[in-house]
Design a protein around this ligand. Structure first.
Ligand SMILES: Cc1ncc(COP(=O)(O)O)c(C=O)c1O
Length: 402
C-alpha cells in the first residue's frame, strides 16, 4: 500500500517555520481549487498574491510545455531567447532600460539594495550608503531584506545585522525629512504596503519623497513584488501614481505561480553592476522566462486592466456589504486585486480566525498582519466565482459571529 501524506507528515519531516492548514490542495482551475479529499474552494488568495491568471491558465501551460520540450537550463554563461524577449518586453512597457532576473521577490530586492549601494559608492563615494525604509514594510527574508523591512520581529535573534539602514513612518513626510540627507543612497518603498496591512501610499507623500530623493541624489526603489504585473489595475502601481522610481523590483504575479523575479532600472544605474559584481544560477532561467512572457502577454492589455478594476469594484462592494451586515470590518482598502478588509475593534488581532472559517466554508483568503483580511484574487476571476466566493465568506463570517 502506498504511504498516505497528511498535515501530520509536515510536522514529522519539515522545518517548523510554517504552520500550514490541514487542507492539502491538489489541483486548481481558474479561481477554483480542490484539495486531496475532493473538497472545492473559491480562491481569493492566489497563493499569496501570485496566481494573477488563476490556475491552469492555457497560455501559461502551453508556454511551460513548449519550453520544456526545448531547453530547461543554461546558466548565465549563456543568454537565452525567452530571457531576452522578456527583458525586451519589460523594458518596452516600463521606465526601465535594463533587467536583472532573479527567482523571487527577496532576491530581486537583494539585487536592488546592493545595486543602490554600489551605484552610490561608484558615483559619490563610500560615505553615501544609508538606506531609508518604512515601518511595517516587507521586502523579503534574506538577512539584508529583513533588515530593510520595517518589522523588527523578523530580525530578532538573527543579530549581528547589516548596518546603515534607517526606518521612519510611512506617509509621514515631516519624519522622512528629518532622516534623508546626502548620506542616503536609496529610499525603498512599497506603493501599497502588502504584508504590513494593505496600506496605500499617500500620492502627495510619494511625490515629495521623489523630490527629496532627487535633491539628495538618492535612488527611489519601488518594491512592486506584490503590487506589480497588473495586480493593482496598472502593469505597475507606479504608473497610476504619477511618480517614477529609479529601480523597481517585481516577482509574485510575474510568474503567475512559476518562481521568477526581476529588478529593473535605467542604463545609467545598471552600469554599476559590471561582470562579477552580482549573479544568480537560476536567474533568467528559460522555463521561468517563457512562463512570465505568457503572463505578460495576457495581462498587459488595456482590456485586462479594465477588467481588474471592474471585478475589484464588485469584490469591494461585496466585502463592504458583509462588513456592514456583521459589523466585522471598519474599512475596505487597497486597489485592484490587492484588497484589505480591516477588522473592526471587536475583531482586531483575529484575522487568522477569518481565514480558518473561510477554509471551513470553501473559500481561500489571506491575512495581512493580525488585523486585516487580505484578498488577492486572479485578474481573470469570473462574476460567478466572485458571487460564490463572497457567499461562502458571508457564511464563514456568520459562523464566526454566531
Ligand atoms: C512587497 C514584497 N517584497 C518582497 C517580498 C518577498 O518575496 P519572496 O517571498 O518571493 O522572496 C514579498 C513577499 O510577500 C513582498 O510582499
Amino acid at each position: 500500500m502506498s504511504k498516505s501524506y497528511t498535515r501530520a507528515t509536515f510536522d514529522e519531516v519539515m522545518v517548523p517555520n510554517y504552520n500550514p492548514s490541514e487542507i492539502i490542495p491538489e489541483r486548481g482551475e481558474g479561481s477554483r481549487v480542490w484539495d486531496q479529499n475532493g473538497n472545492e474552494y473559491v480562491d481569493f488568495a492566489g497563493g499569496i498574491a501570485v496566481s494573477i491568471l488563476g490556475h491552469k491558465h492555457p497560455g501559461m501551460v502551453k508556454a511551460l510545455k513548449d519550453q520544456a520540450d526545448k531547453i530547461w537550463h543554461l546558466s548565465n554563461v549563456f543568454t537565452n531567447k525567452p530571457a531576452l524577449e522578456l527583458a525586451d518586453k519589460l523594458t518596452a512597457a516600463t521606465f526601465a532600460d535594463k533587467v536583472f532576473f532573479a527567482n523571487s521577490g527577496g532576491e530581486a530586492n537583494e539585487a536592488a539594495f546592493k545595486l543602490a549601494r554600489r551605484y552610490a559608492h561608484d558615483n559619490f563615494g563610500p560615505e553615501k550608503s544609508e538606506i531609508i525604509s518604512f515601518s511595517k514594510s516587507f521586502h523579503g527574508r534574506t538577512l539584508f531584506t529583513v533588515c530593510v523591512g520595517g518589522q523588527p520581529k523578523y530580525t530578532e535573534g538573527f543579530e549581528p545585522l547589516p548596518g546603515g539602514i534607517l526606518h521612519t513612518e510611512y506617509n509621514n513626510i515631516d519624519a522622512f525629512k528629518e532622516l534623508i540627507s546626502d548620506k542616503t543612497c536609496a529610499v525603498v518603498m512599497e506603493p501599497i504596503q502588502g504584508e504590513g496591512g494593505i496600506i496605500p501610499a499617500d500620492p502627495e507623500f510619494v511625490k515629495e519623497v521623489r523630490e527629496l530623493c532627487d535633491k539628495h541624489n538618492a535612488l527611489l526603489v519601488f518594491d512592486e513584488v506584490q503590487t506589480g504585473f497588473g495586480r493593482t489595475g496598472d502593469l505597475y502601481a507606479y504608473m497610476g501614481m504619477g511618480v517614477t522610481p529609479d529601480i523597481l523590483t517585481t516577482a509574485k504575479s510575474m510568474g503567475g505561480g512559476f518562481p521568477i523575479g526581476a529588478m529593473i532600472t535605467t542604463s545609467k544605474i545598471a552600469a554599476s553592476l559590471v561582470p562579477g559584481t552580482h549573479g544568480s544560477t537560476y536567474g533568467g532561467n528559460p522555463l521561468g522566462c517563457a512562463v512570465s512572457l505568457a503572463v505578460l502577454d495576457a495581462i498587459n492589455t488595456p482590456e485586462m486592466m479594465t477588467t481588474v478594476k471592474e471585478q475589484s469594484a464588485k469584490i469591494v462592494k461585496g466585502l463592504e456589504t458583509i462588513g456592514e451586515k456583521y459589523g466585522v470590518f471598519s474599512e475596505v482598502r487597497g486597489k485592484g486585486m490587492l484588497l484589505g478588509a480591516v477588522l473592526s475593534d471587536e475583531w482586531k488581532g483575529k484575522a487568522r480566525k477569518f481565514l480558518e472559517a473561510g477554509w471551513a466554508n470553501g473559500v481561500m483568503c489571506l491575512v495581512a498582519g493580525a488585523d486585516v483580511v487580505r484578498l488577492a484574487p486572479a485578474a481573470t476571476i469570473t462574476d460567478a466565482d466572485i458571487e460564490d466566493g463572497l457567499a461562502r465568506l458571508d457564511k464563514a463570517i456568520a459562523s464566526l459571529v454566531a
